[in-house]
Write a protein that binds this ligand. Sequence first.
Ligand code: ADP
Ligand code: MG
Ligand code: ZN
Length: 598
Amino acid sequence: MEKHHKFSIGYILLAVWGVLILQNMLTSALSIQTIPYSEFIRLLKQNKITEIAISANQIQGKKLMDDGKTELFRTVRVDPDLSNMLEQYHVTFKGEVESTLLRDLLSWFMPILIFFGIWYVIFRKMQGAQAGFMMLGKNKAKIYMENELDVRFDDVAGVDEAKAELVEIVEFLKQPERYTRIGGKMPKGILLVGPPGSGKTLLAKAVAGESKVPFFSMSGSEFVEMFVGLGAARVRDLFVQAKEKAPCIIFIDELDALGKARGFGAMGGHDEREQTLNQLLVEMDGFDSRVGVILMAATNRPEILDPALLRPGRFDRQVLVDRPDKKGREDILRVHLKKTPVEPDVDVEKIAAMTSGMVGADLENLINEATLLAARKDKETVGMAEFTEAVERIIAGLEKKNRLINPDEKKIVAYHELGHALVAMALPGTDPVQKITIIPRGIAALGYTMQVPTEDRFLMRQSELLNKIATLLGGRAAESIIFEEISTGAHNDLARATDIARSMVREYGMSPKMGQVYFAKGQRSPFLGVAPEGPNEYSEATAQLIDDEIRAIIAAQYEKATELLRQRKPVLDKAAQLLLEKETIEGEELEALIQSAS
Ligand code: ADP
Ligand code: MG
Ligand code: ZN
């Protein structure tokens, strides 16, 4: 554009010059004879001037020639008095035509200048718009240069296996030559898979931070554009940019937004997302990890990804970033507690034990919550009480002490919760009861029995599952023993108990009548794409049998819970009294009550 622009200025000058020449030629062709003013006066006195036209500083007219013809002439006016004087002294005098070159030039030049000025402005605007339109295809990938990313592996805790897998990548990015020289090949694509908040994004940043390479990060949804074709253009541009900056990392967060299995969209056919996905696949095939570009992506829904993305040569390495175990939670808490002033009574291990199932983001939130609670109490430091409260808040919703429940309801809730607690305490292998409360929390739970697992579990024995069901049904059993009537308070318990029973029958082969057969329907395998919900793969008769078996399991456990509570009715009554009084009792208090009763 710049070159072309210089050319046009040359053309303009040429044109102006040409016009001036033309003007000159025209005037000389018309050639009016310019005579001195004195000559004019003389001719006037000889009566040889036939007619004249006087303008501001010039006189034009016709003069009589000796042969009788007239001829055009022109002269420049001179001050009349001065001319009289000059005549007296016989001086030949004439006026000088003032140079009109500048004026002519300006009068020619100004319109041209204005015209070209306007044209130039419009052109620039159009060019800008055009460029802007073309820029749409350019991606908005943020380039985190090495000094901007100060995330290190030390900042990511509790996911040691994932970290161990990524250390190799960091080594490669630091010295690609060391690997490529001996023909080593890096995986092209690494897919971080795990539940939301488990630290996938954080890990990807840590890889970039550790290896000190540029980090191109884009979210999958950013590729999916309004205009058809732009998403694909973005992918192309991202890879071009990345290759220039190699070694580097391309990170596509929330890959599922872009990489959903094709042909399952509501619109069907070739929509924009599909084109973008195709372009991504093309780019992935077209580059070699030896150039030093490592593609990383994260998703919490690997099962909906297009199978083509997971084929060898694409995202062929999957790194599981799982929920942290107890030790992992402890480590994460320690990482985030570095900035928090805590009191000596804070037992990080105990907090970790209370937060089973939470991920890194939850734990970060927990610390924040505890800090806020401490601040509300005008404390400078955060104590164990705040942490316990924060855990309760997060687990069971916000405490609503001022919510009114009538005394009758309160009594039902107290017996219900104690039903859970006493059944749990009577059965082996159940999680210890930490505390029982009838302070309503959140919207759903009127009361709450907090059971804290002593360790994380990966396998459950059949007896444990049955005991869990019995514990869940203990609430309703207690209600029916005491009030000889049941309430709606157990619906969540029933749902959970039924879930467990259903899994036992259909998935775990734990029903003798069904045998060791897997009956779950519409299952999806995580890495093979989506299997749409299909009809049951078993007969109606089997379906009936499954239902019967589920019902039988539930009935047996309900019977067991009722029996246990009947035997413990004195303790149940005493404990209920205490709970109604105090609203919250600790597990140990209940334990002591049971001991003293027996
Ligand atoms: P994801 O991408 O898996 O959804 P993020 O990486 O965005 O989760 O995590 C959100 C925040 O939670 C992080 O910024 C970090 O502060 C915290 N966090 C999550 N996992 C961890 C972890 N394993 N170690 C330390 N902090 C974590
Ligand atoms: Mg993320
Ligand atoms: Zn309950």
